[in-house]
Design a protein around this ligand. Structure first.
Ligand SMILES: NC(=O)c1ccc[n+]([C@@H]2O[C@H](COP(=O)([O-])OP(=O)(O)OC[C@H]3O[C@@H](n4cnc5c(N)ncnc54)[C@H](OP(=O)(O)O)[C@@H]3O)[C@@H](O)[C@H]2O)c1
Length: 338
């Protein structure tokens, strides 16, 4: 069922034959049938199929080696939406938030993105409550460098003492001895860059974090940071309809760094618009969210989308996107429109 995406699929040529296109639509219909007919248990949740291959939907998105040594399935999950309104305090429906996290793992997701500031602290606490003791192979990526003084308010704080305390807090809340991927949430313009990256470097030397990532950065920022310490990932805002960070994505692809697009669904708004996502979705009998995620997975082999949701129903719909294959024509139609 799994097909190769990224470079390979982008080289298929410009026009898919009518026959191949019809076969694709048929295949997609079969793969997504469970989602559209409210038969989501039909999504495979067992790790190994008959041939010993992981056939869970998220595994079908392919595997990326973070930092060259930490395998994750490319379609991950963003845990910011498991908080209250304005990413503030507890969510309205805590059992549903816990169910979302557990269902994500059943569907093969093994990369969860969070941050100390989501809630604050709420998202990390819920992850531990739902999933600890963690199964082997689960990678929890968290972040530091943004404070939350109130709902919808974000304030950079890159002071070394703050970053260090944030790391200790995340280790404690997540019940981890080492954070697999620790990301600098924002570069703080008020603090020397080398002090911020230098703190992450020291945390890594002390064994508190394994790999380091950056968020909302330029190519120049990435290269400045890499002079100090290896950087394995970049998390910038990006979606099929919001592609201002193309240069950063291309840079990550060249340098084999993961690119985690945040707002991969345009925070939900992109799904409600009448546009190419809706058009292609209607053609493929899929949903706009699935088309957006399938487009991202095809855009680059280093792309690790982390769509967020507070609802199991949306989670299942989103993870099933790993089973959706876009033709070159559909891919390009969406690319041209954005
Ligand atoms: N590095 C950064 O600065 C930064 C900033 C923001 C976010 N992030 C990370 O990126 C992750 C993803 O971003 P995000 O969660 O803000 O935005 P997103 O994934 O683009 O969209 C999430 C929104 O879309 C809705 N949604 C999800 N699936 C849907 C579906 N199938 N149909 C209809 N609506 C759907 C969700 O509502 P429901 O809850 O109702 O499903 C939610 O409001 C976050 O969770 C977080 O981990 C990082």
């Amino acid at each position: 069922m799994a097909r190769r995406r990224g470079r390979e699929s982008r080289n298929h040529g410009c026009v898919a034959s009518a026959q191949r296109r019809a076969a694709l639509v048929e295949r997609n219909l079969q793969c997504l049938a469970g989602v559209h007919r409210n038969m989501t248990p039909a999504l495979r949740t067992q790790p190994a199929g008959d041939a010993g291959v992981d056939v869970r939907p998220a595994a079908t998105s392919g595997t990326f080696l973070l930092g060259g040594d930490l395998p994750v399935h490319r379609l991950g999950f963003g845990a910011m939406r498991l908080t209250g309104n304005g990413i503030w305090r507890e969510p309205n429906d805590i059992p549903e938030a816990i169910a979302v996290l557990r269902r994500a793992l059943e569907l093969g997701v093994n990369l969860i993105d969070t941050a100390d500031s989501y809630g604050p602290e709420v998202s990390e606490r819920l992850i531990a409550e739902a999933l600890y003791p963690y199964p082997a192979g689960l990678v929890i990526a968290t972040k530091a460098g943004l404070e939350r003084p109130g709902p919808d308010q974000w304030r950079p704080n890159g002071r070394p003492e703050h970053l260090r305390a944030a790391c200790e807090g995340s280790l404690r809340r997540l019940k981890l001895e080492r954070i697999d991927l620790y990301q600098l949430h924002r570069i703080d313009p008020e603090v020397p860059f080398a002090d911020q990256i230098g703190t992450f470097k020291r945390l890594r030397e002390e064994g508190k974090i394994r790999h380091i990532g950056l968020s909302e950065v330029s190519v120049a920022d990435i290269e400045r940071a890499r002079k100090i310490v290896p950087i394995v990932s970049v998390q910038n805002r990006y979606s099929p309809t919001d592609r201002q960070h193309e240069k950063v994505l291309d840079h990550c692809e060249r340098e084999h760094m993961a690119f985690l697009p945040w707002y991969p669904l345009g925070a939900g708004a992109a799904l409600r618009r009448r546009g190419p996502l809706a058009k292609v979705a209607a053609r493929l009998s899929a949903t706009p969210a699935q088309v957006a995620l399938a487009w991202l997975l095809r855009r680059s082999p280093v792309m690790l989308p982390i769509p967020g949701t507070s609802r199991v129903e949306h989670l299942e719909e989103n993870v099933a996107a790993a089973l959706l294959e876009l033709s070159t024509r559909d891919f390009e139609e969406i690319a041209r429109a954005s």
